[in-house]
Design a protein around this ligand. Sequence first.
Ligand SMILES: [Cu+2]
Length: 126
Amino acid sequence: MKKSASLILAVSAVFFLGGCGYQASKQIPPVQIPGQSAQTGASTVGEASTVAIKNFSFSPSTLTVKAGTTVTWTNEDSAAHTIKSDTFGSGELSNGQQFDFKFEKAGSFDYSCAIHPSMTGKIIVE
Ligand SMILES: [Cu+2]
């Protein structure tokens, strides 16, 4: 009884120490937590090809895309807006309406809203 108790204690001590040594030397690789990648996946940085029109502004106000990308504007305001530039333009977009334009050539394209000239945006095509 006494002998077996000390044996269990000894075995436990070996397990404990061995466990510590194993954990200390074990390299824990960085783990992608699914919840985190789902959060970052919501923002389409670099690949974004959509511009929201909301609260009387273009979001993002400056969008960088690769040549050949079609950019889609969506009016999320209750007020009507337009997309106006020298090279592309929409008619009046009411709530929920969209306007597409395919940017074939590299360059920098400033645009505004014809109804609200203070609303400005820029598309940079690389
Ligand atoms: Cu507007």
